[in-house]
Design a protein around this ligand. Structure first.
Ligand code: ATP
Ligand code: ZN
Length: 677
């Protein structure tokens, strides 16, 4: 590190850097160095910015700068000990920034471990030392490669043998052994190239341990790095570096692993590719799946998107031939078949504590047989709302267009949107009536009913509330796998990906609300969710059953679930989308604005709507968001559409510049390819 800042006599170069700031530009700094000794693009530099020391990413090294010399500052340090991020990584970050209309610095820097972005180098030094000591090549033989069935083998060979950019859609029914296909394809790629790296993504952190175990057993001695949000900063640094240095051959992670630096990346696997969790819902609202496809294209490597219920986007690409479809139509375990799905008509059998007589009987049968049951209810808390019979008072959140949810263990009312917490009132706040009642039911209330009904059963609830503590979700899933649970009740956390071997009954409670949502994606999502949760039953071969409690037994969506008929249902949805001019036949972006008063947000959106000429782009009128008020802010949105992606992109670029220049008082943000409208 040099400290000279009387520049003229010392030789120097200019570093063009980006910083994690909303300012949409790069910044020049001077760096004293001998010719031939300049830093490289892709290296990190510590600079002073807005009177703070911040880490910056060097995007170019220049011999001149347009910035007047008196305004130029010296960079404070360059992280020379860290190999630069590759030009291809920079290009990926740049593409993401441009596509999602965000400054490059806001995309690239948060993609790096926090410990790399601090002024001190202690953590980096320690991690580098630790990795240098790790011996990458302890040779051992892989254990327990099961013999693949024909469909699995064909799929694994197609993926493992592919060269160049080749996107596959691995469409395999639940329990068809997609994991095994990934692993054996990986084995082929790793065996072929002693440097090859593979990125495997899962939608949820809870799915990493099971897969991690499988990978370690299959590839002993090979370094595996995991990247997800529950790693400590020290671990994250170590794992990130292992990938960056090429030591980790397999990187397993959630959506944030998309931006891992992988110099020898040869294959990308996206498991449960339909899952909405691949889309980040705040800040840079990117789709890790879509960016992964871009990354594979850029590198000229194969990518596998796997699912029993592919997203309509991917299904559309498979139908048009852009993606190669690989089908697994049968379950992998001998004699395992898809569960029988039956609807229970809630109009006839109202039930007690939210459970129909038929459901209770089915649970009792499983208990007697010593088999596991799973109850799925996508609503956490005890009751979604409490109300007063006498005057009609109801537990509204004072800050949001939402109800305060009753959480019984803590005796609290909680808003799931702004986190407001209140004690449960003893009597009605408006009329004083002491008889205020919970309305509807969440997982806690169902759990309570179950405990009363089956005092002898071992009952476990898994949802965001029961798994708040670090490691508790893992412990809960482990106990299910060990057979220590008779009845599992949970939200979407339990619905996906898990390979529960002893489960023979899945009960689905109250899925109807999603049937009538305004969101055109709701039926796609509900169908996938039901197929996925149904798919947890009967994976190890025992006959199994799925019971759906509904008031709409005639609804075609349930018919499709009963027939396990993804293909026809997806075809129908795609036809509807084409006719209605919706994605994937249309490209969309959503401009959101929030303000203390709704008219201010709407007025901003109206100005935005009218501020540019927009041939070939449809700009709709601003409307309040369905949940208008959150945390005392009113929110509105403006949908922009085009049948041409490039046209939409070109418009958005110009539009963002115009909007930034407006310096509006409202808080606004743009989402490209929005999932929730
Ligand atoms: N060739 C095989 N022979 C025997 N068992 C197999 C074979 N392949 C996979 N299995 C087993 O089948 C079960 C289901 O496999 P896996 O979990 O990979 O299914 P999946 O396709 O990922 O399902 P989902 O979409 O529901 O996640 C696992 O217990 C796995 O060990
Ligand atoms: Zn609230």
């Amino acid at each position: 590190m040099s400290t000279s800042n009387q520049a003229p006599v010392t030789p120097h170069c200019f570093l063009e850097v980006v910083i994690d700031t909303p300012l949409n530009s790069s910044f020049d700094y001077r760096w004293p160095c001998q010719p031939g000794d300049e830093p490289l693009p892709g290296q990190l530099a510590l600079v002073s910015f807005a009177r703070r020391e911040v880490m910056a990413l060097i995007v170019a090294v220049k011999s001149t700068s347009d910035v007047p010399p008196e305004k130029l500052k010296d960079a404070l340090a360059v992280r020379g000990e860290l190999a630069p991020l590759s030009g291809r990584w920079l290009a990926l970050a740049r593409f993401a920034a441009e596509y999602y209309q965000r400054p490059l610095g806001e995309v690239a820097l948060p993609g790096l471990p926090k410990n790399l972005r601090v002024p001190k180098t202690v953590a980096l030094g320690r991690a580098l030392k630790k990795l240098a000591k790790l011996d990458a090549g302890q040779d051992s033989t892989a254990v327990g490669m099961p013999v693949l069935n024909t469909a699995q083998q064909e799929a694994a060979d197609a993926i493992g043998g592919a060269t160049g950019f080749k996107p596959f859609l691995l469409w395999g029914v639940t329990g068809s052994g997609k994991t095994e296909v990934y692993l054996q394809a990986c084995a082929q790629v790793l065996a072929r190239d002693p440097q090859a790296q593979i990125l495997i993504m899962v939608p949820e952190i809870n799915l990493t341990p099971q897969l991690e175990g499988n990978i370690r057993a299959r590839f002993p001695g090979m370094m595996l790095a995991t990247l997800h949000s529950s790693l400590s900063e020290g671990e994250r640094m170590l794992h990130w570096l292992a990938a960056h240095l090429g030591q980790a051959r397999i990187v397993l992670g959630t959506r944030l692993s998309l931006l891992a630096s992988l110099p020898h990346l040869q294959l990308i696997v996206i498991d449960e590719e339909h899952d909405p969790s691949y889309k980040q819902q705040e800040g840079l609202r990117y789709s890790a799946r879509d960016l992964a496809v871009w990354r594979a294209h850029q590198l000229g490597i194969p990518i596998v998107l796997g699912s029993a219920t592919p997203s309509l986007e991917s299904w559309h690409h498979a139908r048009s031939g852009r993606y190669t479809r690989l089908d697994l139509r049968e379950r992998a375990v001998q004699d395992a078949v898809l569960p029988r799905v039956r609807l229970i008509d809630m109009e006839r059998d109202r039930g007690r504590d939210g459970l129909t007589a038929e459901m209770v009987a089915a649970l009792r049968l499983r208990l007697e047989r010593g088999e596991q049951s799973l109850l799925f209810l996508n609503r956490r808390g005890y009751a979604p709302v409490i109300s007063c019979d006498a005057c009609g008072w109801i537990s509204d959140c004072t800050r949001c267009t939402a109800f305060m949810v009753l959480h019984k263990p803590e005796n609290r009312l909680r808003c799931h949107h702004c986190s407001l917490e209140l004690r449960i009132p003893r009597s009605c706040p408006t009329c004083g009536n002491v008889d205020i009642q919970p309305l509807g039911r969440g997982t806690q209330r169902v759990e309570e009913g179950l405990r009363a009904m089956f005092p002898e059963a071992r009952i476990l609830r898994i949802d965001a509330d029961s798994t708040r503590l670090k490691g508790s979700a893992q412990a809960a899933f482990d106990s299910v796998h060990r057979g220590e649970v008779d009845i599992l009740i949970g939200t979407q956390m339990v619905a996906k990906g898990h390979d529960f071997k002893k489960l023979t009954l899945v009960g689905i409670l109250n899925p109807d609300t999603a049937l009538f949502s305004q969101d055109y994606r709701a039926s796609e999502r509900l169908f996938a969710q039901l197929m996925q949760v149904a798919g947890r039953a009967g994976r190890a071969g025992a006959p199994s059953e799925v019971l759906v409690q509904t008031r709409y037994v005639q609804h075609p969506l349930y018919g499709a679930v009963m027939r396990h008929d993804y293909e026809r249902f997806a075809g129908q949805l795609l036809d509807e989308r084409r006719e209605a001019g919706l994605p994937p036949y249309m490209y969309q972006a959503l401009l959101r604005a929030e303000a203390r008063e709704l008219p201010i947000a709407i007025a901003f959106l109206e100005t935005a709507r009218d501020c540019l000429a927009h041939d070939g782009i449809l700009i709709n009128d601003p409307i309040p968001m369905t949940m208008t008020r959150v945390h005392n802010m009113d929110r509105a949105q403006l949908l922009v559409e085009s049948s041409s992606r490039p046209a939409l992109q070109a418009f958005l670029r110009e539009w963002m510049e115009a909007l930034r220049a407006m310096k509006a008082r409202v808080k606004w943000s743009l989402e490209v390819d929005p999932l929730d409208i």
